[in-house]
Design a protein around this ligand. Structure first.
Ligand code: FES
Length: 89
């Protein structure tokens, strides 16, 4: 289990769970729509930590943006403690 920091809030996320699912379980608000990597509403920027990404639409998360640390919370799985911020879409 890893600690995820979002603004002044923390929540716990298991490696096999995505950040959005874990945040919602802990009543931490992240905007969302499809919960399946297609709408981009849950876009975040990873400021620190390691993670892996599941499959998502390249229209909402192009490769160049991924390389800059942007991710979709519904398709982001932690590999360490993380610090993230929300992105207005
Ligand atoms: S909720 Fe739609 S991409 Fe994450």
């Amino acid at each position: 289990m890893f600690q995820i920091t979002l603004r002044d809030t923390h929540f716990i996320c298991k490696a096999e769970h995505d950040l959005l699912q874990s945040a919602r379980r802990m009543a931490v608000k992240i905007p969302f729509g499809c919960c399946n990597g297609g709408c981009g509403m849950c876009k975040i920027k990873v400021l620190a930590g390691d993670y892996r990404l599941g499959l998502s639409s390249k229209a909402v998360l192009p490769d160049d943006i991924r390389k800059e640390g942007y991710a979709l919370a519904c398709k982001t799985y932690p590999l360490s403690n993380m610090v993230v911020e929300l992105i207005d879409t």
